[in-house]
Write a protein that binds this ligand. Structure first.
Ligand SMILES: NC(=O)c1ccc[n+]([C@@H]2O[C@H](COP(=O)([O-])OP(=O)(O)OC[C@H]3O[C@@H](n4cnc5c(N)ncnc54)[C@H](OP(=O)(O)O)[C@@H]3O)[C@@H](O)[C@H]2O)c1
Length: 260
């Protein structure tokens, strides 16, 4: 029987790459994104190449109750894989950044992810199987001055995913938090939209490789997936430092790599 995957933020970057991997594995797809133009292009490209069934839903996932709307629209379709990937970043001091943008980020990263997970999990529990991949970040492992809300929201994603992964042991359902470092997608230009110098000097990972790493980790039911040896090292480094020191190091990196 054909399995179905629901991917948010599927119109670009990591969400697109994850959708390609699912299509290659013969999943039917429900692709959700705010960007209708790219979503339509992705639908036609994947359908032409892989011949899978693709439903697209154009949704602003930062709006209240959007998870309910999605479940109402897909009605009886049972979801085998849920990928909560949509997200964006925002650079700047907390006192200077735009509240509406931050409120949208908190809704998108925290409320919609959590609500969609709860709603989809219900069907997965009835079947006794399912895979959930939540897009966290290397940012989850320490506070992030100049991107304070982004880092905090990704820490929520990681903590939430690890906790429910534990609760779900023995149910046939696994939850994976994917924690990439800087990756070459549209994300970086969105983060830096209000910086004078958009030239980011982080070493960027390739999105298709990051997606493949996360996809394989999800298939194996791994709880936390950190692509790249250096990123793994960075994820444990804060444990050997004081919280203040770890925070100060992130501040230095942000100052060095982005100019306000
Ligand atoms: N790239 C990195 O360095 C990096 C590192 C660690 C984690 N991540 C995480 O990876 C995930 C995917 O990001 P990406 O790098 O693939 O960036 P991306 O190329 O910008 O893709 C994100 C997609 O999500 C969509 N989206 C944004 N806000 C939305 C909303 N309110 N409702 C519905 N869709 C929305 C975007 O549409 P628009 O383009 O129209 O806004 C875009 O299609 C994010 O959660 C991000 O935090 C990225």
């Amino acid at each position: 029987m054909t399995k179905t995957a629901l991917v948010t933020g599927a119109a670009s970057g990591l969400g697109y790459e994850l959708s390609v991997l699912l299509a290659k594995d013969n999943y039917d797809l429900i692709l959700v994104d705010i960007d209708e133009t790219n979503l339509v292009k992705v639908k036609s490209a994947l359908h032409d190449t892989y011949k899978c069934q693709i439903t697209i839903l154009v949704k602003d996932l930062s709006k209240p109750n959007v998870a309910n709307d999605i479940l109402n629209e897909i009605k009886s379709v049972s979801i085998d894989v849920l990928i909560n990937n949509a997200g964006f970043g925002l650079f700047g001091t907390f006192s200077g950044t735009d509240w509406q943008r931050e409120s949208d980020m908190l809704h998108l990263h925290i409320l919609t992810t959590t609500h969609l997970t709860k709603l989809v999990l219900d069907g997965m529990l009835q079947k006794g199987s399912g895979k959930i991949l939540n897009m966290s970040s290397l940012a989850a492992f320490q506070p992030g001055p100049l991107m304070s809300i982004y880092y905090a929201s990704k820490a929520y994603m990681l903590s939430f995913s690890e906790a429910i992964a534990n609760e779900l042991i023995g149910t046939g359902i696994t939850v994976t938090a994917l924690c990439p470092g800087p990756t070459s997608t549209e994300f970086q230009s969105v983060v830096s939209e209000n910086t004078v110098d958009n030239k980011i000097r982080f070493n960027m990972a390739c999105p298709s490789k990051v997606a493949l790493y996360g996809y394989n980790a999800m298939k194996k039911g791994k709880t936390v997936a950190i692509p790249g040896k250096f990123n793994k090292f960075l994820s444990v480094l804060p444990r050997f430092l004081t919280r203040n020191r770890a925070t100060a190091i992130v501040r230095k990196i942000q100052d060095k790599n982005r100019n306000e």
